[in-house]
Design a protein around this ligand. Structure first.
Ligand SMILES: [Zn+2]
Length: 376
């Protein structure tokens, strides 16, 4: 089983699937799934979504993941990023941690489980190719289609790299919400020497941003850190030193816990714009809702599987950026992220300890055993 998973990981790494391309990953996966899974593609634009199921009825267990990767970057790779290479117990290649290894591991675990336990429910796999991109045509679209068809999994593991230093140390059981704002504050352009003839949008923006930056949103919850606000970009100016610019553009982001929601944060910012008498345009991009999975059948099954396989008790965490679990959580509330360690994700020389591969297959396999045993 370990050898199969290592071989499958290497085959996936060899496909240069820079987001949103899959570059042959789906063919590799369909071949690995064999006859016990029915597969089809749910594509939109240049994104492919592979949907595979085996069996029928409940429980309905879903594995979800992505085969697209971020670009390798220019320099510094010891080995070519799309030529999987093992050195000193580590497998190098773009996507080894994020997240082709877990896709390979749950594919191997699921096919083995299905061949040993036929007729005990449904196992599904949803693999997208645009998780690292804008995420419009991937999981969000596939989930929309599948729910229209009446598909509804009972629980789902997203194989994102969730662990910190060793396999099994962390389960991600929730994520903060994310909200982006794009603000343009208008002024009146003119010569710096004639302040009575201009309205300087930068001067308008400074006290407004000071207010925003110094707002305490909440104290956090037991599961989530306090809501935070960050400015990611400010731009104004004509490049001439003697011109007051006509506008100032600001991009900002909220990471918020379950004490807040999009609408309420949007209202707050808009009220603040009015308080500071800004002339403005404001566009919002609602990127994710917060979610939290706790004390569920899946969290218990996974916890037991990790304790048995890795000999450690994982901690539950809601830290980190967003993932496709945010789209799955509305469809299948019992969703959790578990995968390998994540210290090298998106970096040059991304690599994974080869030892983690066999352990990860076992964790997924044992989780399936726990879920399907409990259902009987
Ligand atoms: Zn990922």
């Amino acid at each position: 089983m370990e050898k199969d998973a290592l071989e499958l990981t290497k085959k996936l790494i060899s496909c240069p699937s820079i987001t949103p391309e899959e570059k042959g990953c789906n063919r590799v996966l369909i071949e690995a799934l064999g006859h016990s899974f029915t597969t089809r593609l749910i594509n939109r634009g240049s994104t492919t979504n592979l949907w595979a199921t085996s069996g029928h009825g409940t429980p309905f267990f879903l594995f979800a993941g992505h085969v697209d990767v971020v670009p390798p970057g220019e320099n510094g790779w010891i080995f070519p990023p799309f030529e999987p290479t093992i050195k000193d117990g580590k497998l190098y290649g773009r996507g080894t941690q994020d997240m082709k290894t877990s896709v390979a591991c749950f594919t191997v675990a699921a096919t083995r489980f299905v061949s040993e336990h036929p007729e005990c429910g449904t196992i599904g796999m949803l693999i997208t190719s645009d998780e690292e991109g804008d995420g419009k045509d991937g999981t969000v679209f596939a989930v929309e289609q599948l729910s229209k068809e009446g598909m509804k999994p009972d629980c789902c593991i997203v194989g994102e790299p969730s662990c910190n230093s060793v396999l099994g140390d962390t389960i991600k059981n929730g994520r903060r919400g994310s909200l982006n704002g794009f603000l343009i504050v208008k002024g009146i352009q003119g010569h710096v020497a004639y302040p009575d003839k201009v309205v300087n949008p930068i001067h308008k923006v400074v006290p407004f941003l000071d207010d925003l930056v110094n707002t305490e949103w909440d104290d956090g919850t037991e599961a989530f850190p306090p809501t935070s606000f960050q400015i990611s970009n400010i731009h104004a100016g004509t490049r001439a030193v003697n011109v007051v610019p006509g506008e100032c553009k600001i991009t900002f982001n909220f990471r918020f816990n379950t004490l807040h929601n999009h609408k309420q944060l949007e209202k707050f910012v808009e009220a603040l714009c009015k308080k500071h008498h800004l002339k403005y345009q404001l566009r919002w991009q609602e990127s994710a809702n917060p979610f939290k999975t706790e004390g569920t059948k899946l969290s218990e099954a996974l916890l037991a599987a990790i304790e048995k396989t890795c000999g450690i008790t994982p901690k539950f965490s809601t830290s980190g950026g967003t993932s496709d679990a945010r789209f799955i959580s509305k469809w299948c509330p019992d969703v959790i992220e578990f995968g390998p360690t994540n210290q090298a994700i998106h970096k040059v020389n991304e690599c994974i300890d080869v030892k983690q591969i066999s352990l990860l297959v076992s964790v997924y396999y044992e989780t399936l055993k726990n879920i399907f045993k409990k259902a009987k």
